[in-house]
Write a protein that binds this ligand. Structure first.
Ligand SMILES: Nc1ncnc2c1ncn2[C@@H]1O[C@H](COP(=O)(O)OP(=O)(O)OP(=O)(O)O)[C@@H](O)[C@H]1O
Ligand SMILES: [Mg+2]
Length: 336
């Protein structure tokens, strides 16, 4: 069986000079949730746009559900649902109207469109607000409405570009609950970009890290963390004495960082190192008051592969800036 999403050497160069995506290749299997993570400007939205028939690649090819995107963009659009990074709901229409109009655009009959809209409004838990204009919705409600719009024609493949950006933790968890439910019940294949690494870790089966238009690492969240090789042990001593050197001598310890009476050790196996570290400190006359062992988080993986600390408040996104730039240009009568 062909994979629902196939990217082969996709390249996008904007205006002949900005090399946004420099040749990415991957496959997403049926029913998988595939996470695409990377810093601002890495090329995530550009990749989503090429896969979802919104943007022509400069070179390379995308095949969605067995359909060549470049040859059959309209057919691809019929088979996929997309929730864009930028809000797309019409604020001056009610939630129900947004859904019914989307149904019409897909050629769904009025009667079926109404039924489908009602079902989705209930499902997305915005039934009570269905007759209110979308501009009165909270951020979370609006995103759920946009997810509903993306699902109106029952696609089996869903593209989500930063679907939870700006939502509070509760809103984010709620959104993902719907996605997980849909995956379970309808076997949806999901391609998602996110700035929230904990979401990628928790909900994605596999992840690709993209930086400067190139995929720099791929794997399951566990595989990626394993690539960093080892655990992080955090110790606190009950005395002020500096035991960094003692800890550095413990077999299996790779690095030691000290902050006051706390020590952060990177080591191949926390289980092996902890009893040895406790013994060594005690011999050196220092008692350990607390100890914890942690597998490295995706944040550390991200730092390792992109050389950048992951920050959620990086200012306007590259996508936002590009959209704004294009709008300003079109307002001035230029061409997009
Ligand atoms: N329409 C456009 N015209 C020119 N350059 C663009 C356009 N769209 C995007 N870019 C540039 O291409 C690069 C990749 O942008 P893209 O929006 O794909 O990044 P992203 O990973 O989605 O970033 P973010 O996390 O900020 O959304 C950036 O340097 C961006 O400024
Ligand atoms: Mg983007």
């Amino acid at each position: 069986m062909t994979d629902p999403i196939v990217a082969e050497g996709l390249v996008k160069t904007y205006g002949g000079k900005v090399q946004a995506v420099k040749g990415v290749s991957f496959e997403v299997h049926t029913g998988e949730a595939y996470g695409f993570i990377g810093p601002n400007g890495a090329g995530k939205t550009t990749t989503v746009s090429m896969l979802s028939a919104g943007l022509r690649p400069t070179s390379g090819r995308a095949v969605i559900d067995g359909v060549e995107v470049a040859a059959n963009p309209e057919e691809v659009k019929r088979r996929i649902g997309v929730v864009f990074q930028e809000s797309t709901a019409d604020g001056d229409l009610t939630g129900r109207e947004n859904l019914e109009i989307a149904a019409g655009l897909y050629g769904i009959s009025r009667r079926e469109g109404k039924e489908r809209a009602s079902a989705l409004l209930e499902r997305m838990q915005i039934g009570d607000a269905s007759e209110r204009m979308a501009k009165t919705y909270s951020g979370g409600m609006r995103r759920r409405l946009e997810l509903g719009v993306g699902l109106i024609h029952r696609p089996k493949i869903l593209f989500l570009d930063e679907p939870t950006l700006g939502l509070d933790p509760q809103g984010r968890a709620g959104f993902w609950q719907f996605i997980q439910q849909l995956r379970k019940e309808e076997g949806l294949t999901v391609f998602v970009t996110t700035h929230y690494l904990d979401e990628a870790d928790q909900y994605c089966d596999r992840i690709a890290i993209i930086d400067h238009g190139t995929i720099v690492a791929t794997g399951t969240p566990t595989e990626l963390k394993d690539k960093l090789g080892g655990d992080v042990v955090t110790l606190k001593t009950s005395t002020a004495q500096d035991v960094s050197e003692t800890l550095r001598q413990v077999p299996g310890v790779l690095t030691v960082q000290r902050q006051d009476s706390s020590y952060r050790l990177k080591c191949s196996s926390g289980e092996v190192v902890v009893p040895l570290a406790v013994e060594a400190c005690s011999k050196a006359g220092s008692l350990i008051s607390t100890v914890s062992v942690k597998r490295p988080s995706l944040d550390e993986v991200f730092l390792e592969f992109t050389g950048r600390e992951f920050r959620e408040d990086e200012g306007p996104s590259a996508t936002d800036k590009a959209i704004l730039g294009a709008r300003l240009q079109s307002m001035r009568g230029g061409r997009r």
